[in-house]
Design a protein around this ligand. Structure first.
Ligand code: IMP
Length: 193
């Protein structure tokens, strides 16, 4: 069965293809001919991932799923949340985003944070959402070179190092996205039987 993952991120596609093929052939946005920017105007992760999945379903008629992720920092009232990619400005600059977070948390003893991913699956039967979370804290300074985004300043609970110091396998096993994907793949594998 052909399905679409509403992304053009090669790393994300590789990861999901390994989990779902051969039962599902996972196409990227480009592969279904969708070259326009998907709408993402919601104020929650739930709304944004649904908006993206719904757009693909409405315009291309292919069963699909979309993800949306945010870093939620307790002392900042859940910021940057849905604005994680553009926290320091429209350039989506990871370094600037991290610098802004560290600046806002200066002198703040409560460093609690979580990553949260929402995945929306949509097909002829309607839509379903799957959530994955990982709790942790924001470090005082960057540590590690791996990963992307806020990884160098996020230490998951129960670990001694940041996400940016872990291998991809180690991170995926406990990460927000890994956990949401596991729920989605369990659901799809069951549906394929
Ligand atoms: P997206 O919804 O997957 O595009 O994620 C939005 C933003 O959240 C990204 O641009 C990153 O800044 C941040 N982000 C998402 N996932 C991760 C992660 O696993 N580690 C660090 N930052 C992440």
């Amino acid at each position: 069965m052909n399905i679409c993952f509403a992304t053009n991120n090669a790393k994300k596609l590789l990861e999901i293809r390994q989990l779902l093929e051969p039962a599902y052939r996972v196409k990227s946005l480009e592969e279904i001919g969708c070259r326009e920017e998907l709408p993402e105007t919601g104020s929650t992760l739930e709304a944004n991932s649904l908006q993206k999945a719904q757009y693909v379903w409405d315009h291309y008629g292919i069963a699909c799923f979309a993800d949306d992720t945010g870093l939620e920092i307790e002392a900042l009232g859940g910021e940057p949340g849905v604005y994680s990619a553009r926290y320091a400005g429209p350039e989506r600059d990871n370094e600037a985003n991290i610098a802004l977070v560290l600046q806002k948390l200066e002198g703040q003893p409560n460093r609690k944070a979580r990553f949260r991913t929402l995945i929306t699956w949509i097909d002829v039967h309607g839509y379903r959402q799957f959530e994955g979370k990982v709790e942790g804290e924001i470090l005082e300074q960057k540590s590690g070179e791996k990963g992307f985004g806020y990884d160098p300043v996020f230490r998951p609970e129960g670990r001694e190092c940041s996400f940016a110091e872990m291998s991809m396998e180690e991170k995926n096993a406990i990460s927000h996205r890994g956990r949401a994907l596991k729920k989605l793949t369990d659901f799809l594998r069951e549906a394929a039987n």
